[in-house]
Design a protein around this ligand. Sequence first.
Ligand code: SIN
Length: 343
Amino acid sequence: MNTSTHTPSAGGASALPCIAVLATGGTIAGSAPDAANTSGYQAGVVGVAQLLDAVPALSSVARIQAEQVASIDSKDMALSLWTTLAERVDTLLADDAIDGIVITHGTDTLEETAYFLQLTVKHTKPVVLTAAMRPSSALSADGPLNLLNAVTVAASRAAHGQGVLVAFNNRIHCARDIAKTSTYAVDAFQSAEIGALGWVQDGRVEFQRRALRAHTVATPFKAGAAWPMVEVVASYAGTSRVAVDALVAAGVQGIVVAGTGNGSIHASLQQALTEAVAKGVAVVRSSRVGSGHVMRNGAAADDALGFVSADTLNPYKARVLLLLALAAGQSGAAALQHTFDTY
Ligand code: SIN
């Protein structure tokens, strides 16, 4: 991990908050051979020092301590890197000299990392993720303003105790609620139905609501080295039971179903999942729809089948919570349902 400190030259700099910027790669650190190219680029190739140098206005917002934690395309995010990140965030925030953290990340799995940190970081100081849809080399690259806004949020008193946040395209989102909803648009993230927590613009940070689900210091979860096997399967026209049978044979401990509609599941898949529950596999019903909640005992008889409903978590976020719950030793549909109703 490379560490450097960028001290602004402006007078009164020592009064500014100190924000640690942890870079992990992504399109925000991407580069393409020509400026008009916004899809055929390499993610994660521009270093954190260069990202910061592109935003001179940072010097009037914060003192920056920069670290290159990884340089990856976030499609390749690994659970081991989640653990490294969570431990580094906790170590930095335990230091009185650090006032907040910004993590630069790829957009593709940002929602999963953000929710993982929301459940594992044990501090109330701000942790803010940001990203970009256009590489740093692009015309109208969105990364520099997103980075400035993320540092502005992390440096703000108002962000304390709000859990892990995502600052993207001027909006401030709760890590639990946000999901990527566009493959190309600059306004690529939504907190569907629920909406953003607030906004950031021109140095002003406004929160309009708070996250109500327990997070950070109010969770029992820890990043660790040993992870249970938890996978996602989908339900669609003509689904077979092959994937579930193969997962059970491979020793899977948890399965999240990206169900249709209100978490409904094709009959052949449901039969395989019911048999998996009988073998001790935890099964969580989520929905592939992209907004709304999955009603317990709605589209499937959860009580009778031993399933858990994911509430408003999309399948990939439900997998994060199930991973952490199983790693914490939780078992049984009732205990897991309580967890899904709480976090
Ligand atoms: C990535 O997720 O690392 C690549 C895509 C992006 O950041 O938009």
